[in-house]
Design a protein around this ligand. Structure first.
Ligand SMILES: [Zn+2]
Length: 238
């Protein structure tokens, strides 16, 4: 179904930043789809058929090791787009992506997106800057995973999820959070309990609630602030 509702398109930060004419040209190619939990989106080594602009859900890009362990290397919500490698060269995914927070997204065929990009103009400029942001984000994440303590990384991840979903409350299991942070469940439980005992979050029946955003930011490592500054430097304001 081609979706033309103006308010749906502007729920995504990137689409909202496009001039009206550019968004109108893209509109017939955008299809609103549900994002159920764990829906596979990209498979490592496979051609990327679609790029996704999340409306209310969250996608994780995950690196799997040969022993089955995994760690998240990207988190994409309504402030981004999943499928950046589809914009370049081979169009093949290097890593696997799936839905990590259920919701909805607008998808566009990679071929249609590339044709639109080839026109140059606002979309090309916007997605080039978004790709630059993704490079900064993944580089900082590599440093963060190597240098920063788990509880600060846990706080950083929760804040990124909040920003991507646009909500202080979201479904999350400890197993999932452990996988996202590349650690054992027991470790992430200790980290989350520390944040809860400090009154920063509440966690009940698989629902995470951020109670005190500013204090959670203070508990997070510097990487959260770095990425927010890079996002605001490179992307248009909301
Ligand atoms: Zn960090």
């Amino acid at each position: 179904m081609a979706f033309a509702a103006h308010d749906t398109h502007v729920a995504n930060r990137l689409l909202a930043a496009l001039p009206h004419d550019d968004r109108a040209r893209l509109s017939p190619h955008l299809e609103l789809i549900d994002w159920p939990l764990r829906l596979p989106l990209n498979q490592a080594g496979a051609v990327i058929d679609y790029a996704y602009f999340p409306i209310s859900g969250l996608a994780s890009i995950v690196a799997y090791m040969s022993d089955g362990t995994a760690v998240e290397m990207g988190l994409v919500g309504r402030d981004g787009m999943l499928g950046v490698p589809a914009l370049f060269g081979s169009g093949v995914a290097s890593h696997t992506a799936f839905v990590q927070g259920e919701g909805s997204a607008l998808r566009i065929a990679a071929t249609a997106l590339r044709e639109e990009l080839a026109r140059g103009g606002a979309l090309h400029q916007l997605l080039s800057r978004y790709a630059e942001f993704c490079l900064a984000d993944v580089g900082q994440l590599a440093a963060c995973n190597a240098l920063h303590p788990l509880s600060a990384r846990c706080a950083r991840w929760l804040l990124r999820a909040r920003d991507g979903l646009g909500s202080d409350r979201f479904g999350l299991t400890h197993e999932f959070l452990a996988m996202m942070l590349g650690v054992r469940r027991a470790g992430v439980t200790v980290a989350a309990n520390g944040l809860r005992e400090a009154g920063l979050i509440e966690y009940q029946n698989g629902q995470m609630t951020i109670l005190d955003g500013p204090k959670l930011e203070a508990a997070a490592c510097e990487c959260y602030g770095f990425v927010v500054r890079e996002r605001d430097r490179l992307l248009p304001p909301t």
